[in-house]
Design a protein. Sequence first.
Length: 70
Amino acid sequence: MGGELGLFNKLLFPRAGYKTLFLKDSQEGLTLGIGLNYTGLQFLNVAVDYAFHKYRYLGNTHSFGILLKF
């Protein structure tokens, strides 16, 4: 289960989810993230994403992403 909310004219996107919510003995769990989508330039759109994942055996992990749209 998860969700995303577009704020400030779809500039900021907070995200939250929980993988394998109803399964026993799963190593995956809570996921939180945020995205920033900048469309101010005429020829280029920039998106930056960050995510935090909580795992039982791996511990806490962080993911980053950058997307350039021409």
